[in-house]
Write a protein that binds this ligand. Structure first.
Ligand SMILES: [Fe+2]
Ligand SMILES: [Fe+2]
Length: 346
């Protein structure tokens, strides 16, 4: 997505670039600095001192002829009341203050655009909101900002509500239709893990704990280059070694968050461990692998197999379940058996 960034302050340009690139392409324009070609498909973002009449006039000039641009974000520090009013008077469609709000708003716009492009204008708010929360968490990490546990909790609650109301099948179908790559994977794993916990009759606190662990399980991928994450086909050994760092990166990113439970941290670090000791990063053996990690590993593998990618059609759920059954020795047999209902029926 292209962001056309209009500002009165040159130092704001590197700052916004650091925040938004490489996820978005930023085209900057200095107020009063002459015309810049404006791509009609971009999002307009204005960050200027709206208390100055001269700036307001310059913005009006820029906005002339841009009435067709659907999204006009204005950045107003601390939501100063009179500047917010001025922003809306100039035609703002949204006013944002802090970087977190900017990232979240852009993620929502991007998701809405994708939904529109794929003729899925009617998308459940749970999917939109939880996908936006994933985008926000990943962007925050890439900018070196701390993760907010409340983002993960909110996204998880939305997913639990959606699956409790509409079932797992609807969730899987919707997510696969219009999300890609890592976000699709995280939404699928969380949905499958929540579906698994509900099917097993877990108390709501345990459903939530497993759901949050699933939401955060691949958060370490925020530090893996996109060229590796989105590579079509298999990774070479060097790329594979980098990819295998993500559980430890995720654990390190999360371990100092106040109130995060040790079970969730353990699940994030150990969701690629196998009972026979052949997993990573710590090559744990069966007695050292927690129940939560075992449930998460099954949900993770199943979701990875049924993902749809531009270069790989989604594998049917029956085939994915057969692969799990063939991993005897690595996954807990009784849990794989219990998972049958989730894999094939739910
Ligand atoms: Fe992973
Ligand atoms: Fe994963």
């Amino acid at each position: 997505m292209l962001i056309h960034f209009v500002t009165d302050e040159p130092t704001k340009i590197p700052a916004i670039r650091a925040m938004l690139e490489p996820q978005y392409d930023v085209v900057p324009q200095l107020l009063g600095g002459g015309d810049t070609h404006f791509n009609p498909n971009s999002v307009l973002m204005v960050d200027a001192d709206l208390r100055k009449a001269v700036r307001v006039e310059q913005i009006k000039l820029v906005l002339q002829g841009l009435s067709c641009v659907p999204e006009k974000l204005f950045v107003v520090e601390n939501h100063f009341h009179h500047m917010v009013a001025q922003a809306y008077a100039l035609g703002a469609t949204a006013v944002v203050s802090r970087s977190r709000e900017i990232i979240l708003k852009l993620a929502q716009i991007e998701i809405a655009e994708k939904a529109a492009q794929t003729d899925l204008a009617v998308t459940s708010p749970e999917i939109t909101d939880s996908a936006a929360a994933f985008a926000s968490m990943f962007s925050a990490i890439r900018c070196g900002k701390p993760i907010k546990l409340s983002d993960a909790e909110n996204a998880t609650s939305q997913i639990i509500n959606s699956i409790a109301q509409n079932g797992l099948r609807a969730w899987l179908d919707d997510v696969r239709r219009y999300h890609e790559g890592t976000f699709q994977h995280c939404l699928l794993v969380t949905g499958v893990a929540v579906g698994f916990a509900l099917d097993l009759g877990f108390p709501s606190l345990d459903v939530k704990r497993l759901g949050i662990a699933a939401t955060l399980h691949d958060i370490g991928k925020a530090h893996i280059p996109l060229s590796i994450l989105d590579k079509p086909g298999s990774l070479d050994p060097g790329e594979e070694a980098i990819m295998r760092r993500h559980p430890v990166i995720g654990y390190e990113l999360l371990k100092d968050i106040p109130d995060i439970s040790p079970e969730i941290l353990d699940g994030v670090r150990h969701h690629h461990e196998y009972l026979d000791g052949s997993g990573y990063p710590d090559a744990l053996m069966a007695p050292e692998i927690s129940d939560l990690a075992r449930l998460l590993t099954i949900s993770d593998i199943f979701s990875a197999i049924i993902e749809s990618r531009p270069y790989k059609p989604a594998m049917p759920r029956q085939s994915a379940y057969k692969i799990l059954c063939d991993m005897d020795g690595k996954l807990e047999r009784s849990l794989v058996k219990a998972f049958r209902n989730v894999a094939l029926v739910a």
